[in-house]
Design a protein around this ligand. Structure first.
Ligand code: SF4
Length: 444
């Protein structure tokens, strides 16, 4: 458990000298407990106390970088308690027994599996190159994948010599080494240290995993990912252990397991099962999932789920307010008003696109609230719309003064006309009716 202010106070010198910037040691302890002060501000803390206080202050789960992909660093059991920080990294396998052409095609395809939803791009994060043969073939395939994809890599082999052949090609990009087990822990840890790359520790049982973690730590390895073989365990058991591992890490501060946890689904299961297990892993609490394969139709909903889980529940997803051209509007194109809630913006923009009638979309700063919520909260007012209209300088771009507002805020029409001098047209209540409405408007 994190130290309380009283626990911290017991370790302070109790001189009450005020040199730390607050008058008493107790006040300083309270600030430390709330992470509002640095321990270094007190010059009198004993080295033993520094050690105890620093270890309690270090984060419960380490953040690990695989290339430019960050995983772990989580502090909560439940998203609503604060937020989840680093989304589950989806990793797809390329086996080195494919022919060169197939390797290149698959690397390019995985690299291109990206989707945009409400302005967020999501897709495959990592490629795992899996060794099936000798070091030379592995190194050739690592080179091919590296040359044909921008995604960071996982190097998969139980043989340290094979892994090292891959590391010689891509170690600067910090690939993840998969995996050190009881049989090869010392050699793999040695590689991880020499090439400064993160390392997966693999064990079938938690006691063994703890002892591997302690060995790796004693070898100086800090960037560790844990694999408890949960991808091969019954689903209920996997969920239970994912929860236990997260709890041990963030609630019990059990340091040997204070690392991101991964699930490897490359164990002969079909894509349907992999997708189902990935849903569970994304919800609770896998920081990285390896798939043998997954088609776009299954990956897309998974990435949408992931986006929903890993967005900050206290920060609404919003787009920048301003004037957006949809299509290629001319001086007679309609001007339509909406809110800056991301989902509203992208829904309205896509319905305008579907109408094939180019338009200008005036996005008002409603602090990320949807149209009706913003209206109810007094954040979508005639004054705000008038201000946005003025700041957008749309009047200089069109030969008319007609503004279409959402049908649900029809009551703003008169006041808005008064403030702007524009004719305010009450549009449709539901964005899905926009294509038909705009087509009819364009045909006069
Ligand atoms: Fe206490 Fe140290 Fe602050 Fe002095 S500087 S009041 S000893 S915490």
């Amino acid at each position: 458990m994190p130290m309380t202010a009283l626990d911290i106070f017991k370790l302070l010198p109790k001189k009450n000298c005020g040199e730390c910037g607050v008058p008493t040691c107790l006040a300083f302890a309270m600030m430390l407990a709330n992470k509002q002060a640095e321990l270094t501000k007190c010059p009198y803390v004993s080295p033993e106390a520094v050690q105890q206080l620093e270890s309690s202050a270090s984060p419960p789960m380490r953040t690990v970088n695989v290339g430019d992909v960050e995983i772990g660093g989580e502090t909560e059991l439940f998203r609503h308690e604060k937020k989840f920080f680093n989304q589950t990294a989806y990793t797809f396998i390329i086996e080195d027994d494919l022919d060169d052409q197939s390797v290149v095609e698959r690397a390019r395809k995985l690299d291109a599996m990206k989707y945009e939803r409400i302005g967020i791009i999501s897709g495959v994060d990592l490629i795992a190159v899996k060794a099936t043969g000798d070091a030379q073939r592995f190194s050739d395939v690592v080179t091919l994948v590296n040359d044909n994809s921008g995604l960071p890599l996982v190097l998969m082999s139980n043989d340290p010599k094979v892994v090292e052949a891959g590391l010689k090609i891509v170690s600067k990009a910090k690939p993840l080494i998969y995996a050190a087990s009881a049989n090869n822990c010392a050699s793999m840890a040695n590689l991880a240290q020499r090439y400064a790359c993160p390392l997966v520790l693999y064990a079938d049982d938690v006691d063994e995993l703890v002892s591997l973690s302690e060995i790796a730590k004693s070898e100086g390895i800090e960037d560790i990912v844990l694999d408890l073989n949960l991808g091969a365990k019954p689903l209920g058991h996997a969920l239970e252990w994912l929860t236990i591992l997260r709890r041990l890490s963030v609630k019990k501060l059990f340091r040997p397991l204070g690392y991101p946890v991964m699930v490897n689904l490359d164990n002969g299961t079909d894509v349907e099962t992999q997708a189902i297990r990935a849903v569970i892993g994304t919800l609770k609490y896998a920081s990285l999932i390896i798939f043998s394969d997954l088609d776009a139709a299954r990956l897309y909903p998974l990435t949408t789920l992931r986006t929903n889980i890993f967005t900050d529940p206290q920060a609404l997803i919003q787009v920048n307010p301003g004037l957006y051209d949809i299509g290629k509007p001319n001086r007679n194109s309609p001007v339509i008003v909406t809110s800056n809630f991301s989902l509203t913006y992208f829904t309205v923009a896509s319905d305008i696109e579907a109408s094939k009638v180019p338009a200008r979309l005036l996005v008002v700063d409603t602090e990320g609230l949807s149209v009706m919520t913003a209206f109810a909260a007094d954040k979508f007012t005639p004054e705000k719309i008038a201000q946005a209209l003025k700041e957008s300088k749309v009047a200089e771009k069109v030969d008319h003064k007609k503004l279409i507002i959402p049908g649900m805020i029809a009551m703003l029409k008169m006041k808005l006309e008064e403030l702007t001098g524009w004719e305010v047209i009450v549009g449709v209540k539901d964005s899905s009716a926009l294509p038909k409405y705009l087509k009819e408007l364009a045909s006069g």
